[in-house]
Design a protein around this ligand. Sequence first.
Ligand code: CP3
Length: 345
Amino acid sequence: MSNIKNDLLLRTLRGEKTERVPVWMMRQAGRYLPEYMVLRGKYGFFERCQTPELAAAITLQPVDIIGVDAAILFSDILVVPQAMGLEVQMIESKGPVLPDPIKTLNDLNRIRVPNVDETLGYVFDAIKLIKQELNGRVPLIGFAGGPWTILCYMVQGKGSKTFDEAKAFCYMQPELAHQLLQMITDTTIAYLKGQVAAGADTVQIFDSWGGLLGPDDFENISLKYIRQIVAALKDDVPVIIFAKGAWHSLESMAAIGAAGLGIDWCITPQMARKFAGDNITLQGNFDPAKLFSPIPVIKKEVKQMLRAFGKGHHIANLGHGILPNVPVDHARAFVDTVKEESAKL
Ligand code: CP3
């Protein structure tokens, strides 16, 4: 029994039949919301992450304003490299910058698998506060980056379309790369277990750059480590894996005990279902840029998406994060259409 009033998301992850499809949006707490922009104007990015009252207020905004069926913790995947001892800056209009990236064994010796209560306790405090303020309205999703995606930033030192330096590091210094991946994995397991102990109802692993690896490398560099994380968490909470672009590995991802798999808009729900099998929940996969379409078009395309996934085993979401300039009423149209139309499936 759950003490959450709207537990559509959790029931869907357990494979139960529900009265309609649950809906939330990746990166739902963010720059398309004027209420977020007010807090963004007053406080720095990591200040917002590190102050439980601010993180809680931002986490609740899309629940209150848009009416999504789940809250996702306001934080960032890059708090993990920070906790491991790397400096991370978030630069306006540029994104993350890590001024001293990992390139050599000496660099690796500068970082550690930290005590997460000491370094990331502020996240656990935020989660406790969020759970209080949610008061059982909807479930809370915790999250972390996939180890490969975290390595991308720790080695490349900034965002990239190709993460070629991170890939070169893996291919030129495989031993070092696997040592780093294991350190990230150990940190992430302790971090996610801490999130669950603090009250997260489910966790999502964001492997945003999984699609940059071919199928064999995805197995060796990414999935091998995600598998350890899922194994460590799955008996406590349902785990969702979102490995953007890694559609070729949906079958192997489904085999490691995750409850849900996120998919982007470059694969049809039918194809994803064929690869992933019938017993797992799929999450996605509306093209985030399509939220710029006129509202009647959004409604039509959402209906099409719902029909393509069919009834059950589906969490409606975008295929990647919501974009900064999306009009709020378009985001709301997406959510409202899922609520109305999925009840008729
Ligand atoms: O989903 C949510 O609303 C929860 C909060 C959340 C943020 N980042 C807040 C954020 C989550 C789940 C993330 C995950 C994240 N962070 C990922 C994986 C998901 C994805 O989109 O692929 C990645 C790759 C990052 C790293 C990161 N953080 C980048 C590349 C950037 C800059 C570009 C961008 O998307 O804004 C950030 C900054 C960031 N993280 C912002 C927010 C709201 C914007 C910062 C601001 O200007 O306020």
